[in-house]
Ligand binder design. Sequence first.
Ligand SMILES: CC(C)(COP(=O)(O)OP(=O)(O)OC[C@H]1O[C@@H](n2cnc3c(N)ncnc32)[C@H](O)[C@@H]1OP(=O)(O)O)[C@@H](O)C(=O)NCCC(=O)NCCS
Length: 200
Amino acid sequence: MLQPVGAQGYPLVNRDAAIRSLDSQLAQAVWPQLVELDRTCYKELGIGYSHVMWGREEFLRDFPGKWHLSCIAFDNGGEVTGFWIASQRDNSVVHTHRFAVSAQSRRQGVGLQMFWYAEAASAACGAILMTLTVQAANEVAVRFYGGLGFLAPTPAECLAFAEDHQKRCRPQEGIIVEPGELEYRLFVRHLEGTKSSHRG
Ligand SMILES: CC(C)(COP(=O)(O)OP(=O)(O)OC[C@H]1O[C@@H](n2cnc3c(N)ncnc32)[C@H](O)[C@@H]1OP(=O)(O)O)[C@@H](O)C(=O)NCCC(=O)NCCS
């Protein structure tokens, strides 16, 4: 059983949980738990969570910077209680692909702790912008991101994101259009010149 350890420089979430950097070796060990949590969130929220479930292939896929920018949360039994999966699009932009906390571990700061990890890791990589997309119907996630300083993009930022990810968009509204006409709100968070929001 994997033992939870606090990531360097990051305090334990609480007595019962820890955040750990997700490297490729750890991903090989825990991918079934990541897939299970992803599936549970998909069943819970449907397309409010995502338009597609992730399997082993997606969690193990090697994106640029992924193994420095992603993290997972453990409980004291070594079970995965959350993940934040991100990668670097170019030198300046980090995109969050996937983010979830298990239902029984929510509202305990686990999501915040993973965000702080990702934010610090993004800044350490020289990124100046964090991006992510979320369905407006996912009010909890929208509130979570809004509380952390994620903002609607400018039209230029929306267009740049859509071009980079080869998606369609409505730049004035900050909307990214996925296949099947599913609409996601793009959120951006500027890192340049900002101090970490780490309150721990
Ligand atoms: C979104 C999610 C990851 C948040 O994780 P979490 O560990 O519960 O979040 P935290 O405990 O760190 O909450 C941080 C803040 O976010 C806001 N927040 C989180 N959950 C909330 C809720 N249910 N209602 C209102 N605000 C909420 C609060 O401001 C909270 O601070 P507070 O507890 O001091 O009030 C979690 O709800 C989740 O996994 N949801 C399903 C998957 C999902 O939607 N992922 C995002 C897809 S884009």
